[in-house]
Design a protein around this ligand. Sequence first.
Ligand SMILES: Cc1cc2nc3c(=O)[nH]c(=O)nc-3n(C[C@H](O)[C@H](O)[C@H](O)COP(=O)(O)O)c2cc1C
Length: 367
Amino acid sequence: MSSIQSLFKPFSAGPLSLPNRVVMAPMTRGFSPNGVPGEDVVAYYRRRAENGVGLIVTEGTLINHPAATDNPNIPNFHGEAALNGWAKVVEAVHQAGGKIVPQIWHVGTTRKVGSHPNPEALPIGPSGVTAEGEVVNEPLTEAEIRDLVAAYAQAAADAKRIGFDGIELHGAHGYLIDQFFWEKTNKRTDRYGGDMLSRTRFAVEIIEACRQAVGPDFPIIIRLSQWKSSEYTAKLAKTPEELGQFLAPLVEAGVDIFHCSTRRFWEPEFEGSELNFAGWTKKLTGKPTITVGSVGLDGDFMSLFTEGKGAENANVDDLASRLDEGEFDLVAVGRALLVDPAWADKVRDGRQDELIPFTPGALQTLH
Ligand SMILES: Cc1cc2nc3c(=O)[nH]c(=O)nc-3n(C[C@H](O)[C@H](O)[C@H](O)COP(=O)(O)O)c2cc1C
């Protein structure tokens, strides 16, 4: 019989062993002035490790490129000060018995022209266009693509050097890597654009370069989504066959775990099967997958950004039975863990009455 205890069974894949299946979803918080995570960020992640989270994926943290963000409070993943800050985060999480990977990020053409921290740096993307079709720059040159790939690989090498347990590449939500995946933002006619296989080339080169930088025994996770921040109904793959074609080169390049971003984990990805995005990805690749989307809450996170809405606590029974059936392997939890560092322990111990509902005000503080 399935029970929530299936969330608390150990997990192991290659070099990664976790005490349970609960993953903290990457969540941008903007509490790192000048890109440097400080003691409050250290304590924020330590609290999740102390309270039963199996694996922490950090907020998106930036590769070494001047147009990687449009917000100077987003943490960098380059430069001595920021990397020292991250090393303290790793140390604190490890001391508390936790595991942690950084989410490696570049926003691509979602960056607003003229924004800080580098107002002179133009947004970049495969074709220099936004999802709305606005031209903000020239298409990236091959030399610029090479430099970007090298910046991702440097981040991976630094992650290993300062003690992280792996990396997660942010390949989702319409940011740089996803802009290469998506026809709407990738209009290239060279080897980086055109059919699905060519549109995966940028990601493939990044994964290969990261693998080269970290060696065979350092987990590489990639986060993928069909949806884009600018277009929730977008789909990279309209059928399981297309999804298989999309995923195969990423597997070949060396991805260990796929993190499949959806807003409601219970929604089937394609007609004719109950499997969700993580379920299909696991079935098609044979790799472990992470599911995500409204776990433990009764409303999805888009309503936070579109309507400023919170959400009440909800039970996780359906999730647990799907986990038990092996549809996916790990479960990422976003807002429920943002508002409550002790969410995992409370769920494990059946302390439902102590769960904290998510309110938009929670974003103001590092709880
Ligand atoms: C405040 C906030 C910041 C987020 N930042 C990121 C991010 O940096 N990278 C990312 O991949 N997803 C980000 N997300 C999406 C979450 O990782 C997660 O997929 C989403 O919140 C759905 O999970 P939930 O319903 O459990 O909150 C963010 C979500 C929230 C609420």
